[in-house]
Design a protein around this ligand. Structure first.
Ligand code: AMP
Length: 113
C-alpha cells in the first residue's frame, strides 16, 4: 500500500509541488507552521530515519542538498531557515514516510516544543 507521500508523488492526492526530481519531491505543507513550510520527501518510502540504511546514504545526502536548494529558491536563504526531521512518537512523527520539513519566514525559537 502506498504511503500518503507516495500518493502525492503519484498525483493521486493534490499538493502544491515546488520541486521534483527522480529521487525526491517537495511540496507545501497542508498545515503550515511558518510563513514558508515545505516538506521534502525521498520517493523511496523509507519509514523514518531510524530505518534508513547504509544503502540510503546518497539518497539522504541528496535530500539535504535539495532541501537547501529549495530553501534558496523560495527566498529563505538570506534570513535563514530550519530543517526538521521528526522520528517516532516522541519526535512528533505523524506520517511514516521519511521527510524533512523546511521552515522559514519567521524567527524560530529554541528549544523546540
Ligand atoms: P510529521 O508530523 O513530521 O510526520 O510531518 C507530517 C507533515 O505532513 C505535517 O506537517 C502535515 O501537516 C503534513 N501533511 C499531511 N498531509 C498532507 C498533505 N496531504 N499535503 C501536504 N502536507 C501534508
Amino acid at each position: 500500500m502506498k504511503t500518503l507521500f507516495e500518493k502525492i508523488a503519484a498525483r493521486e492526492i493534490p499538493a502544491v509541488i515546488v520541486y521534483e526530481d527522480d529521487f525526491v519531491i517537495a511540496f507545501r505543507d497542508i498545515n503550515p507552521q511558518a510563513p514558508t513550510h515545505i516538506v521534502i520527501v525521498p520517493k523511496k518510502p523509507v519509514p523514518r530515519m531510524a530505518e534508513a540504511e547504509a544503502e540510503d546514504q546518497a539518497l539522504l545526502g541528496h535530500l539535504l542538498l535539495k532541501a537547501a536548494a529549495v530553501a534558496e529558491e523560495t527566498g529563505l536563504a538570506k534570513t535563514g531557515y530550519r530543517l526538521v526531521i521528526n522520528n517516532g512518537p516522541d519526535g512528533g512523527e505523524t506520517v511514516p514516510h521519511l521527510h524533512c520539513h523546511i521552515l522559514g519566514g519567521r524567527h524560530m525559537q529554541w528549544p523546540p516544543g
